[in-house]
Design a protein around this ligand. Structure first.
Ligand code: SF4
Ligand code: SF4
Length: 334
């Protein structure tokens, strides 16, 4: 064991982005992240030795107290004892394919050029993931996350997810989905007590949903939320943080930031059988506040306090994503 400042993604993570691979997907802290591992990646074979050599270089810098400026301010950076692993392995995988989606959120960066976004090619990750497991490079206890773009509409999603659910080394899979398309593979992962799905209505009323998501699928999404939530587990949850189904609400200042919207979202979530909720604040807005060194508006701080308090009263597990976490930390909201 050796004591130094580092992060678990840097040591053992991979984030597959649209046309390249990064160490992690974190980018809303001061340093902005984006530590690239491989440029121009298109799903073809990977040189694992090159990847681990690059990780070793960053880890050696960390051991010598040289922290990459892109990691500055990231909450994953911690000073502690790290295992001196002679063996290289991957323990965290993130998929951010950023191609295709079945909705059009106003806060999503893809909305800036939706037509081209929908045409972007998508490379297959499944062959390379199979190789990773065949070579036993994925260590027991690992986690896999699907995020940006809509994963459930990708051709390989069902096969890839069913494969990951069956791997004994994978203890936790999280899928972020719009909830518009129901996935049998997600249902299988829930049954196995391994997969949690985070669905994002981002609203509590159909009118606001249409404004935020720019599709008219409010009822369909809540129908699917209830269907996933009613799935019976056939195996005990495989990790202590298992949440089964979560509903997510991204606060978009002046669009969905009313108590009424929050109350309706909470009420619908409880009615659907949800025990865990996720909250965040729109990223571009937060970055602007940070860049201009401004304070969050009072109403947003008050609404955040209200959400934290209501979650406690309703006995809901509250998961705070990055921007909301920074907000509650800065304004001491507990
Ligand atoms: S410290 Fe943050 S930005 Fe740096 S590699 Fe880790 S997760 Fe990524
Ligand atoms: S569901 Fe995700 S990928 Fe699709 S438009 Fe919304 S934020 Fe973007």
């Amino acid at each position: 064991m050796e004591e130094y400042t580092s992060c678990h993604w840097l040591q053992h993570g991979l984030s597959f982005e649209n046309d390249h691979i990064e160490m992690c997907c974190l980018c809303c802290h001061k340093g902005g992240g984006k530590l690239h591992i491989k440029e121009n990646y298109n799903g073809k074979g990977l040189d694992w030795d090159d990847i681990f050599a690059l990780k070793d270089k960053y880890i050696d810098d960390n051991k010598n107290g040289i922290i990459d400026p892109r990691c500055e301010g990231c909450f994953n950076l911690v000073h502690r004892y790290w295992q001196n692993d002679e063996e290289h392995f991957i323990n965290y995988i993130h998929f951010n394919h950023w191609t295709h989606c079945n909705c059009d959120c106003i806060y999503c960066y893809t909305s800036w050029d939706k037509v081209n976004f929908q045409k972007r090619p998508h490379y297959k990750v499944f062959p390379m993931i199979k190789e990773l497991f065949k070579r036993k490079l994925f260590r027991d206890g690992g986690e896999v996350t699907f995020a940006g773009g809509e994963p459930t509409i990708l051709n390989e999603f069902e096969d890839l997810t069913n494969f990951l659910v069956k791997q004994k080394e994978v203890k936790r899979i999280t899928v972020h989905s719009s909830g518009i398309k129901y996935s049998k593979a997600i249902e299988n992962g829930i049954k196995a007590g391994k997969l949690s799905v985070c669905l994002s209505p981002d609203s509590g009323t159909r009118e606001t949903y249409k404004k935020v998501k720019r599709v008219d699928k409010f009822n369909k999404v809540w129908e699917n939320i209830a269907k996933y939530a009613s799935t019976k587990l056939v195996q005990e949850p495989q990790n202590p943080y298992y949440t089964k189904v979560e509903t997510k609400f991204i606060l978009i200042p002046e669009v969905n930031t009313t108590k009424n919207e929050i109350d309706n979202w909470l009420e619908l979530s409880i009615k659907a059988g949800i025990k865990s909720i996720v909250i965040d604040v729109e990223d571009v807005y937060c970055k602007k506040i940070l860049a201009e060194d401004k304070e969050m508006p009072d109403y947003l701080v008050e609404l955040s306090k209200y959400i934290v308090q209501r979650a406690k009263e309703l006995n809901l597990n509250l998961v705070q994503y990055n921007n909301f976490c920074y907000l509650t930390t800065k304004y001491c909201i507990e």
